[in-house]
Design a protein around this ligand. Structure first.
Ligand SMILES: [Cu+2]
Length: 177
């Protein structure tokens, strides 16, 4: 709304300035008296004022739109916050995870693991450092989490420790940055 008025005032100002210049050039005695001079000055003052006011309103509208866009973008991002839990799922129809690569930020990392298969149990293990691998519970048709403390940047193998699932290809790389 204020954008349209801004352009209306702006165009009226330009057209008026050109008209008055043309009149001034054609008639040597323009302005003919103080009344018309004062009226012309007042008219321009109003046009300039109006243009300025609507320019400010227009800028505010733009800013509000940008803020609304930013708010929307923030909402979208917050559903997958950086540093939040890493999502991992087992493929319900074969011995595999649905991905072979995971990413996480250095520090404490939580892996949310789900296994929709009602018959074959799975877990998720991560070999971090030289000690024993850290594993989640083995689950069937459910969800669990694996909490890994203070992971340093690097590449880690994640795998399923059930039977020979790892050898069958149920593994991948967790990249920590
Ligand atoms: Cu498994």
């Amino acid at each position: 709304m204020s954008a349209t008025l801004f352009y209306v005032f702006g165009i009226a100002l330009i057209v008026s300035a050109i008209s008055v210049s043309a009149i001034g050039l054609r008639f040597e005695n323009f302005p003919p008296n103080r009344g018309i001079l004062a009226g012309t000055i007042l008219y321009f003052a109003l046009l300039v004022g109006g243009t300025a006011v609507f320019a400010v309103l227009h800028a505010r509208d733009d800013q509000r739109e940008r803020e609304a866009e930013q708010a929307a973008a923030t909402t979208t991002t917050s559903t997958t916050p950086s540093g939040g839990p890493v999502q991992l799922a087992a493929d319900p129809s074969t011995i595999a995870y649905t991905t072979t690569s995971l990413g996480a930020q250095a520090g404490n990392v939580t892996i949310d693991f789900s296994n929709p298969n009602p018959a074959i149990p799975h877990d998720v293990c991560v070999q971090a450092g030289s000690g024993a691998a850290q594993c989640s519970k083995q689950i069937t048709n459910g969800k669990t989490t694996l909490n890994l403390k203070s992971l340093k940047p690097g590449s880690y193998t994640f795998f399923c420790s059930v039977d020979s699932h790892e050898q069958a290809g149920m593994k991948g790389t967790l990249t920590v940055k």
